[in-house]
Design a protein around this ligand. Structure first.
Ligand code: ACO
Length: 362
């Protein structure tokens, strides 16, 4: 057994394939670079859930039902009190999702897809002392998230960029949160329990909690000239550079490039702080050179979180909300894996090796 279960195969899946040597991600037979080009969030929901859940998964019908579900779950934000509002956004989302009924059908799945998309913008507005904005059932999920966040109709570039983000991170093999979702599904607990467990796994800094710290790092570095010295000092202190390294990828994470590309139209439309993107580019180059020099035995490259930070910042999400946006996008992957596990798998129950003291002889 390897610590961290590296290289252990723990499930068969038709949902996604992560090729860490080639730097390739395939989601249900479609390469990420093709998928991200023209798929919306709703398209990827249909792609991932197809054959795993009963019900009508036609695009217009799905969009209508998802919109209706957003309106329904909006009522739940009444339960956010001052006490819970003190928690980080992702913890508030977790608490609100815990109130939803468990279930295994399309209705339960759609409720779980709608809930985080509605809860996060409302939480952020309440934290700012603003009134939450009600969802619009006629909008797409991405357009509605941005509308609930800032009020008014978002630009087409922003909607496309958020769609690209949600599609890019929709599923990614047996990552820690997806594994958690499958373990819970294997007990027959239901989709809400799977999603809750997965959110708990996602929020750690080694998984979905990294993009906020990426921006902190860029702020701390401040100028392009300071990048090399700052990064070396961080490594001297034994710290890890956020947004770099991955358990599976030994080359560049293809999601980083998909998000870098998604940022381009926003940059061209003048909707991104150009200075920040130039600094990020310089930090990326400096970090790659330093990691190569200091960790010659471990190929370390950019991961998805580096460009996530820049993209979500450009879309107006505060950095403490980035993990919550990740949860909005990954919920479809968690649900699809939970359904696949429930339909085709058995109870997941590995064994451990006991290394504790032996009982004393009588
Ligand atoms: N910065 C500096 N050194 C690193 C980094 C990093 N970001 N990542 C790994 N290393 C080094 C380790 O220190 C270790 O070096 P050593 O052998 O000299 O001690 C070596 O690379 C191997 O590290 P592991 O811990 O075995 O790598 P693992 O596969 O467990 O880690 C992880 C993967 C957790 C993503 C790691 O690269 C990391 O901590 N990165 C920073 C946090 C981050 O960006 N997380 C988001 C990941 S993407 C996602 O989950 C969506």
């Amino acid at each position: 057994m390897k610590n961290g279960l590296e290289d252990v195969i723990a499930a068969e899946t038709q949902l996604s394939d992560v090729d860490g040597e080639a730097g390739r991600l395939v989601i249900r037979g479609v390469s990420l670079e093709h998928l991200v080009d023209d798929a919306s969030y709703e398209d990827v929901v249909i792609l991932l859930l197809g054959g795993l859940i009963e019900g009508n998964l036609q695009k217009e019908e799905l969009r209508r039902r998802l919109g209706h579900m957003r309106t329904e779950v909006f009522a739940d934000i009444r339960t956010i009190d001052d006490h819970i509002l003190e928690l980080p956004p992702v913890d508030i989302m977790r608490a609100l999702i815990a109130r939803l009924p468990d279930g295994d059908d399309l209705e339960a799945a759609l409720r779980l897809l709608a809930a985080p998309a509605v809860f996060l913008p409302a939480i952020l507005r309440l934290k700012n002392g603003d009134k939450p904005i009600a969802p619009s059932s006629s909008l797409s999920q991405s357009a509605d998230i941005l509308a609930m966040l800032g009020g008014g109709l978002p630009s087409a570039e922003k909607v496309k960029a958020l769609d690209a983000y949600l599609v890019t991170i929709s599923d990614h093999g047996l990552n820690a949160s997806t594994f958690a979702s499958r373990v819970i599904a294997s007990t027959g607990a239901g989709l809400t329990s799977s999603v809750l467990g997965a959110i708990g796994a996602l929020k750690g800094p080694l998984h979905g909690g990294a993009p906020g710290p990426v921006l902190d790092m860029l702020d701390a570095i401040g100028t392009q000239e300071n990048a090399k010295a700052w990064l070396n000092q961080a490594l001297d202190r034994g710290e890890r550079l956020m947004g770099f390294g991955h358990r599976v990828y030994r080359v560049r994470d293809p999601r980083a490039d998909a998000l870098k590309l998604a940022l381009k139209p926003l940059i061209e439309a003048g909707q991104v702080d150009r200075e920040r993107t130039e600094l990020a580019s310089a930090v990326e180059q400096a970090a790659l050179a330093i990691l190569k020099e200091r960790k010659p035995d471990r190929p370390l490259d950019v991961n998805v979180e580096f460009y996530t930070a820049l993209l979500l910042d450009a879309l107006g999400f505060p950095r403490d909300a980035f993990t919550g946006v990740f949860a909005i996008g990954r919920t479809i992957g968690w649900i699809a894996h939970a359904r696949e596990q429930a339909l085709k798998g058995r109870l997941i129950r590995p064994r451990s090796v006991y290394v504790g003291p032996l009982p004393r002889a009588a």
